[in-house]
Write a protein that binds this ligand. Structure first.
Ligand SMILES: CCCCC/C=C/C(=O)SCCNC(=O)CCNC(=O)[C@H](O)C(C)(C)COP(=O)(O)OP(=O)(O)OC[C@H]1O[C@@H](n2cnc3c(N)ncnc32)[C@H](O)[C@@H]1OP(=O)(O)O
Ligand SMILES: Cc1cc2nc3c(=O)[nH]c(=O)nc-3n(C[C@H](O)[C@H](O)[C@H](O)COP(=O)(O)OP(=O)(O)OC[C@H]3O[C@@H](n4cnc5c(N)ncnc54)[C@H](O)[C@@H]3O)c2cc1C
Length: 670
């Protein structure tokens, strides 16, 4: 065992073996040297005070203690945020992922302020008029008011048009009356709502002049700013323990004819005038869903970040952990030397890179579409919606699967909360559901793909992200297989086009048998989800490959090489995973698949010496990783032992329950 200050010898050797410049890769992941410098500056400022430390691990506290502890640390962190960090980033970068990530050093679970920062403030920015922003934004940014985003109800989350909470305009008092008519209309799930928030955004059916105009967002004060008591007409509370997010303070909320001023309707996209006249401002009916699109875009980044943490933990642990005997009497190998372990882990490193570069590209696309919309052009919104929907769905789903694989890779110790892997899994598993469930979002993308297919069929030029449909349209024959990165990407586009084509054919056939369009669509949804997933995979492969080529143009040779190996590993991995589809839609043969398998196994061998270097390049500080298994120094066993000392169960040698229950129980059976 190494002494306290030493770095585990195996990790020292791994770092010696690494043949590329780690910093160069860090800069690529961060999006440039300046970004790395700014990130480090933010981390230094945010993590200066040591306020993140807990004497007792969060998971050993009871629910109330956990909440109180999370709130205490949230206040410390928010103070740093508003007093110091915003000066570094500028207010316009309030929601930058780098800032949010420093928060991970404070909370093992989730901050009750997460939704204030992640959705309340962005909704004010996106859904309010300039005048309204002038009222709410300074208070929200300064956290004089604390908000949540209450859209989902007990009865409806996915189907927003089915929400039941009503906001009825009363022209006499110039107020809206909020009402929860049924048990299923209670708001449910909103983070920060249960105990913390004194304001929230409420999405409700708007009624004025006797007519329903559909769902609209309102800003609502729910608690007294001084006493924090719920205001009369408000019923609010916490929804109870969850698989994760247990300090996120998710809440329920009901309204009993609760009145809010007219100006609390968020009026950027639609307005109700004083006399009750409804005026639609926006040219697109779904602009009220704007915050969701924004969050979906950011979740691709989150998926990558959480996965990079999990795989850093698992790779470092696998370098330290030794197990079994390859030959009788030989030393136990590092588990990282097992090809099966490499198979579990290297794809996770590549996936984190693939999602990071895709997230950067998606963010750029988002900002371009936003700029166009500010000029009044909404033509690119449907493509952004289709893109953000499928990328959110696939990245969160894959990241959850990869994080679980990282846990498997750490054996029993991976199951410890102190490894941080269960927490990471619970966060990312939730992202597969919230902000639009996986299946539901892929079906949104499928709608777009079917329309694009019909356009291609009509010989119209389709939008850039589905341009391959124009090319693939006339090919009834299988696409010629070539084993190269470009060949694999082209083959995945052929799979996507083939699947979309089949969906359209099946929908049409079903209609011919007498079904209406809705039923024909419904009966085809299993295939539609598969088609949207295939489209999304082709997009990720394409973006990862092309972006990595672009970003490594001026890199040193060894960086180029290791990142080329990793990108190729990703492409080959997915080609093997989808070999059934390749056999169906391309000319690939079984012999070609054997060659791919061999290439994959060769890549594992090539990447092996650089594995620890690759996860070091994520440059995740120990405070942010928060893992007994994954720290930079590899003192895994020492940290596990240290953690045991903090367990309240070990404070006394004999637990009081022995006298109370166990002893009488043992004595009773005579
Ligand atoms: C820091 C972050 C922490 C986050 C914690 C968690 C927070 C939350 O979860 S908040 C709650 C989030 N809730 C959801 O995401 C609900 C998911 N449901 C939906 O988004 C929608 O209801 C829907 C898309 C599933 C369906 O909406 P609906 O109104 O029924 O629309 P249609 O299916 O009829 O589609 C009509 C038309 O509109 C297009 N469209 C739908 N959404 C958008 C959008 N966001 N932007 C642009 N366009 C959109 C849709 O594609 C259809 O287009 P056409 O095919 O051209 O008719
Ligand atoms: C940790 C967490 C935090 C959250 N935070 C918030 C928050 O802050 N604010 C907020 O408003 N909400 C929040 N939510 C709610 C979240 O947005 C919803 O749970 C989510 O949108 C899914 O909706 P649902 O629960 O109604 O699922 P359902 O729609 O009931 O889904 C159940 C199943 O039905 C399937 N399904 C539903 N509709 C269709 C369809 N049309 N076609 C095919 N299959 C379908 C789904 O695929 C899924 O498998 C949070 C949820 C979680 C888990």
């Amino acid at each position: 065992m190494s002494s306290k200050k030493e770095i585990n010898e195996d990790l020292v050797n791994e770092r010696r073996k690494c043949n590329f410049n780690i910093q160069e890769v860090t800069h690529i992941i961060d999006g440039g040297v300046e970004n790395t410098l700014q990130r480090k500056k933010i981390e230094d400022v945010a993590l200066n005070g040591g306020a993140s430390l807990d004497d007792v691990p969060e998971e050993c506290m009871n629910l109330r203690e956990r909440y109180e502890n999370a709130l205490r640390k949230s206040c410390v962190y928010a103070n740093i945020l508003r007093n110091e960090l915003l000066e570094i980033t500028g207010i316009e970068n309030f929601g930058t992922p780098v800032i949010r990530r420093t928060g991970d050093a404070f909370f093992k679970d989730i901050s009750p302020f997460m939704l204030h920062l992640g959705m309340f403030v962005p909704t004010i920015m996106g859904q309010c008029t300039a005048e309204q922003q002038g009222i709410w934004l300074p208070k929200a940014l300064d956290m004089q008011i604390i908000g949540a985003y209450a859209q989902t109800e007990l009865g409806h989350g996915t189907f927003i048009r089915g929400l039941e909470t009503t906001a009825t305009y009363d022209p006499k008092t110039k107020e809206f009356i909020l009402y929860s008519p049924t048990i299923t209309s209670y708001k449910w799930w909103a983070g920060g709502l249960g105990r913390t928030a004194n304001h929230c955004i409420v999405v409700a059916q708007l009624y004025t002049q006797g007519k329903c105009h559909g769902v609209h967002p309102f800003i609502v004060q729910i608690r007294d700013l001084d006493t924090h008591m719920p205001l009369p007409g408000i019923k609010v509370g916490e929804i109870g323990p969850r698989m994760g997010f247990n300090t996120a303070d998710n809440g329920f909320l009901g309204f009993n004819h609760f009145r809010i001023p007219r100006m609390n309707m968020m009026m950027k996209n639609a307005q109700v005038l004083e006399d009750g006249t409804y005026v639609k401002v926006a040219r697109h009916g779904k602009l009220t869903y704007g915050t969701m699109v924004f969050v979906r875009v950011t979740l691709v980044n989150e998926a990558s970040f959480n996965l990079s943490k999990a795989v850093t933990i698992a790779v470092r642990y696998s370098a330290v952990r030794r197990q079994s005997e390859l030959r009788p009497g030989s030393a136990e190998p590092q588990i990282l030397d097992y090809p099966t372990q490499q198979h579990k882990l290297f794809i996770c490193i590549a996936t984190a890179h693939a999602f990071q570069l895709t997230a950067n590209w998606l963010w750029h696309t988002f900002t371009v579409v936003q700029a166009e919309m500010r000029k009044g052009n909404i033509d690119t919104l449907p493509e952004l919606h289709a893109l953000s929907s499928c990328l959110k769905a696939v990245s969160t789903s894959d990241a959850a699967a990869c994080i679980e694989q990282c846990r498997f890779a750490c054996g029993g110790h991976g199951y410890m909360m102190s490894s941080n892997l269960p927490y990471l899994y619970s966060f990312v598993a939730a992202t597969r559901t919230y902000e639009g469930d996986y299946t539901v979002l892929l079906l949104q993308t499928a709608r777009y793909l079917v329309k694009a297919w019909e356009q291609a069929e009509a010989k119209k030029i389709v939008t850039p992200t589905v341009a391959y449909l124009n090319r693939c349209f006339d090919t009834n024959e299988k696409v010629a297989w070539t084993n190269s990165p470009e060949g694999i990407i082209k083959s995945f586009q052929a799979i996507a086009a083939g699947k979309i084509s089949l969906c359209v054919k099946n929908i049409r056939q079903r209609i011919k048998t007498g079904m209406d369009y809705e039923d024909a669509w419904l009966m085809t949804t299993v295939q539609l989800v598969s088609a949207a997933e295939a489209h999304c995979r082709s997009m990720i492969l394409d973006t990862y490959w092309n972006e990595m080529q672009r970003l490594t143009k001026t890199s040193s040779d060894n960086v180029k090489m290791v990142l080329y190996q990793l990108t190729t590993l990703y492409l080959v991995y997915w080609a093997l995973e989808k070999s059934g589809d390749l056999l169906r839609y391309t000319s690939i043969t079984e012999g070609d698949i054997d060659l791919l398998q061999k290439e994959y196994e060769d890549l594992l061998v090539k990447i092996r010496p650089n594995a620890v270097g690759l996860v070091d390049a994520f440059d995740l500080r120990d405070e942010i990783l928060r893992s007994t298994l994954g720290s930079y120094d590899g003192r895994v066993y020492e940290r596990l032992m240290e953690e045991v000392q903090k367990n309240p169960l070990n404070k006394v040698p004999v637990d009081p329950s022995f006298q109370k229950y166990l002893k009488p129980f043992m004595k009773s059976k005579i």
